[in-house]
Design a protein. Structure first.
Length: 322
């Protein structure tokens, strides 16, 4: 009876019981006063930063942050600065020169999508507090996965969500579509009335909203899925470390840096022929000279799948390019 499309924007005819249920479930999951769902993670970042920033403000973004964050910050009208990846000292220096700005916002990711690494959240928070700055955390790859109960990167770091402007997506762990902000009721109200990508965008498709709410219910009742993923991640890192030089970490995203873009593309094709899907990532998505295979593991992978990956890497002699 609700159809497929949402029929309109959320402020007109686009809000259904499924959108409301999803937002209530997200707020409950992250112990927040409220949540607001956007049609994509990109639109969530764009709408939120534009709603909160103006020409009187300054925004500081990690150099390797997702394109949606860089685009949103750059086009927000605020003074835009980029700080070196995971470099709180550089960030501190930049913030020290922005004392005349009305508001300051630091922007980073919980798990960086191309490297699988995580920022020093405790140090970034200390810097933010020193300059009375907001800390915006895009946790697209950490939400529902990291932490003892799947509450994301903050939980994994032992930090309360209410110290961040917390953003996540429905398209990664939940396998659906959309982005969201979870936080204080005042923040949600501001975005509800000012975020143009929420106000003027057709609402998330009804079946997607319903599916995301159901996926969240399944995840809440199936903690063994997170444990299975942790076991697969541990095995993947251990087996890769024996044959290649890979970054140390605990994330489900692992880059195999090959350097040359053509080499990465050829390696991806050779693995595909052996039944392994390992996408090649090339500049400008990653810095020049760091083309790579982007490996990611899920709870549905088995030990046999990981062993098959390692065998395929050895057959293709990909480790010689490390």
């Amino acid at each position: 009876t609700d159809g497929v499309g949402a029929r309109g924007s959320r402020l007109l005819a686009g809000t259904t019981r499924w959108h409301s249920r999803l937002e209530e479930a997200l707020a409950d999951w992250f112990h927040a006063e409220g949540a607001l769902v956007f049609s994509s993670g990109y639109l969530a970042n764009l709408g939120t930063l534009h709603a909160l920033l103006s020409s009187q403000d300054a925004v500081f973004v990690d150099r390797l942050a997702h394109a949606s964050l860089l685009d949103a910050a750059r086009s927000s009208g605020a003074t835009f600065r980029v700080f070196r990846h995971h470099d709180p000292e550089h960030l501190d220096a930049l913030l020290s020169r922005a004392s005349r700005c009305r508001r300051r916002m630091i922007v980073t990711e919980g798990v960086f999508s191309m490297d699988g690494d995580q920022p020093p959240l405790d140090v970034l928070l200390a810097v933010a507090e020193r300059y009375d700055a907001m800390l915006y955390l895009d946790d697209a790859h950490g939400a529902f996965v990291l932490g003892a109960t799947g509450r994301g990167t903050p939980e994994a770091a032992g930090i309360s969500h209410d110290r961040f402007l917390y953003m996540g997506t429905l398209s990664k762990a939940l396998g659906c579509q959309g982005g969201f902000l979870a936080g204080p009721r005042a923040l949600i109200e501001i975005l509800h009335n000012r975020a143009r990508t929420f106000i003027y965008e057709t609402a998330l498709a009804v079946p997607i909203a319903a599916a995301a709410a159901e996926a969240l219910r399944v995840l809440a009742e199936s903690p063994q899925l997170r444990e299975a993923l942790r076991q697969r991640v541990t095995r993947l890192h251990a087996r890769l470390a024996a044959i290649a030089q890979v970054p140390h970490g605990v994330a489900h995203i692992v880059p195999l840096i090959l350097g040359d873009a053509r080499r990465a593309t050829e390696a991806s094709h050779r693995l595909w022929e052996r039944g392994v899907w390992a996408p090649a990532v090339r500049p400008p998505t990653v810095p020049k000279g760091t083309a790579r295979l982007r490996l990611s593991v899920t709870a549905l992978h088995t030990d046999a799948h990981i062993d098959a990956l390692i065998d395929a890497l050895l057959e293709c002699d990909i480790r010689k390019h490390q």
